[in-house]
Ligand binder design. Sequence first.
Ligand code: IMP
Length: 430
Amino acid sequence: MPGIVILGAQWGDEGKGKVVDHLAASADVVVRYQGGNNAGHTLVVGGQKTVLHLVPSGILHPKTRCLVGPGVVLDPAVLAREVKALEARGLLDLRNPGERLVVSQHAALILDVHRELDQAREAVAGGRIGTTGRGIGPAYEDVAGRRSVPARALKDPEDLRARIAAILPEKNALLAHYGRPTMTVEQLMAPLLEAAPAIVPLLGKVGPLVEAALDRDETVLFEGAQGTLLDVLHGTVPYVTSSHTTTGAVCTGTGIGPGRLGRIVGLAKAYVTRVGGGPLPTAIGGELEDRIRAIGQEFGATTGRPRRCGWLDLAALRYAVRLNGITELAVTKLDVLTGIGPLRVCVGYRRADGSETEEMPIFPEELETSAPIYRTVAGWDEPIHLARRFEDLPRSVHEYLELIADVAGAPVTIVGVGPDREATLVRARG
Ligand code: IMP
């Protein structure tokens, strides 16, 4: 059976964790393939909140094996903390950790100096991009620069020390350039040596494990982080993250071929949100935006920053469907729009020269001079958070979903109507 990809079709924070958690109930393997601890999933199970930044959401299902691919950048201290917290909750047995969680030995480490550089650059630029400050960009720069420190170096402190000593002088020159204190090799080593005992037993080769699971006909889910519009090349550059967030990254970030993929599920919130810098053309503004932010609890799981909220952008979604080869859509947080009144939906853009386009113009220069074309739909007042089947949803919700499928160009097969595990509804196939 081919693998199932679940990725964000907007600017991240589409509620991937919850949908992955739902599908993981019948999955054998869940794989993360890009990003790092700039992501964060808040899962509510039995009223208990769990926030995960690196470990795939599937870990909450006792039979699911979780893998972290070589395309992920790893902050060892964060991973060690998650591993210990999961152990304390009885979700990971540290006597046999690799049984449930395997981390690629090739994944690049995020060092403290990456975080320093990330924050220094943001400070100089006045927070222009609004990164999460977790060192993600500088760590990926080192991957592209062929000088990153792979996770397997944690097995051998001397190797680790030599690799760090080789790259630190250049980093210190950069820190000095930004007026920041320079760092020593031992300073960078300390957190790594502390985290290593929790991580080394997890290290392995992720690509072959995925191939073997697919060969055994197991169900493998690939869990994306961030979203399509934050892709380093295809997103709203420069206001993006530093990894590819689109479907191709599943293959490169895991180490498997494209023939291994089947369903590509694109996640979209029933509205849009954005955290950090960059354009949000359908921003709602005013009191209504504040209301949606409060109802939807739109604050970053990683940084706690308030997210900007906008009307659903179907022109952006159409772009995401085409770019990723999305075969079906999951629409989350529909319940947040209950009682909001007439809803506006962006169905295209009008450029400065008066021409219209059905897809969001992606370059900032073009996007900033284009205006969303809206359609207004009725909305609904009925509470929908207790719905447990598609058929339970009111007519006006179905109409909203039909509009999404029509304009974006892919069927809606999953919807989220509330924070509980049971509030994810799957359309019956057939
Ligand atoms: P970085 O990934 O920390 O370098 O941040 C680059 C941009 O991506 C910033 O605008 C962040 O707010 C955004 N970003 C990174 N990770 C996430 C995420 O998981 N959800 C939403 N936005 C994110």
